[in-house]
Design a protein around this ligand. Structure first.
Ligand code: HEC
Length: 303
């Protein structure tokens, strides 16, 4: 990278053309501000100054994950996690951004662009109205750390760097068939026994969903009946957050009574659930359609 930048920057300096001197000065300013970072070329083959490249996705979330969520929070917010919140690596983003708080359903856990309206910040500052300040029992995060998280939210809560590159992108690049849309995290977790009916079911995927395919034929919730072949369909609302299109939130229309439940995502047949890249759920190769995905869990009445 060093040599690369050196070449590009000196290439600008050796030009004498008046218009390019101005361009070079502009480039020099860029150099001071950004250290010529990521620019790489400076001028294109026509001698035009190249537009600054789109900045690489901010790594802020990765920093938050590695310094806060993984070492401090995941002790309690594991898989499964307290309050249905899994803050382990590769799961936390899906569980936070655009997802409703279970304690204060009027707020999102993280509202992209709006830290003051993000319940996560209230829980970290101790300004929450329900439950305790986080991390529960302390010690609490420094103001500096909370501000770093606040800044990430103000910046639009961008995804961790790697999560924005889909698995199928990588495969296509090396000539292999695209891999099917995959579920990476759920809340509740598979076969979890819940003593409180879940306010919402969260499904995190490995890439952005085609939300036009999210409907009552692709996503269903059923409660098992005493007759094994019978099951009762439960009324649900479906929601893919605008700011986090790789998460599906399923909200039961009314609290789930005790019972065994199956959430079914349809990856087979026409109009199957698929990513924005049109690759269906759990597809193995282009000659086979996708497969259905099921998540079972039990709600037990606590007495
Ligand atoms: C010692 C266990 C423990 C630790 C550590 C912990 N939490 Fe919690 N968290 C809980 C419990 C239990 C609840 C529910 C009761 C409450 O809020 O006090 C909760 C609730 C929450 C909620 C509310 C979820 C919602 O949907 O309303 C958020 C947000 C949260 N925690 C974030 C964090 C973060 C971020 C950290 C790390 C900085 C953290 N927690 C560390 C136990 C913990």
């Amino acid at each position: 990278m060093g040599t690369h930048l050196f070449r590009s920057c000196s290439a600008i300096r050796i030009r004498t053309n008046a218009a390019l001197v101005a361009a070079a000065m502009l480039a020099a300013t860029t150099l001071i501000v950004s250290g010529c970072a990521g620019d790489g070329k400076g001028l294109d083959q026509n001698g035009e100054l190249l537009p600054p490249p789109t900045p690489a996705p901010v790594a802020a979330f990765t920093v938050i994950q590695d310094t806060v969520f993984t070492p401090i929070c995941s002790v309690c917010h594991g898989n499964p996690g307290a309050a249905g919140l899994n803050l382990t690596a590769n799961s936390s983003y899906a569980m936070l951004v655009g997802v409703t708080s279970v304690q204060v359903p009027a707020l999102l856990r993280v509202k992209a662009g709006d830290p003051a309206a993000s319940y996560l910040i209230h829980k970290l500052e101790g300004t929450q109205t329900i439950g305790q300040r986080m991390p529960r029992g302390g010690p609490f995060l420094s103001e500096e750390t909370i501000n770093f998280i606040r800044q990430w939210i103000s910046d639009g809560a961008p995804m961790p760097v790697n999560a924005s590159v889909t698995v199928s992108d990588k495969k296509e690049a090396i000539g292999l068939p695209p891999r099917g849309l995959a579920v990476v995290v759920t809340s509740p977790t598979a076969d979890e026994l819940l003593t409180v009916p879940p306010a919402q079911l969260i499904v995190g995927f490995d890439r952005q969903l085609d939300s036009t395919l999210v409907n009552d034929t692709t996503v269903t919730l059923e409660r098992a009946q005493s007759e094994p072949s019978m099951s009762l369909r439960v009324a649900i609302h479906l929601f893919v957050p605008e700011s986090n299109r790789s998460t599906l939130v399923v909200t039961p229309a009314s609290p789930l009574p005790a019972g065994d439940y199956t959430l079914r995502l349809r990856g087979s047949g026409g109009g199957a659930l698929a990513g924005l890249d049109a690759v269906p759920l759990q597809m193995r190769d282009p000659y086979h359609g996708g497969r259905d995905y099921t998540l079972t869990f039990t709600v037990e009445v606590s007495r």
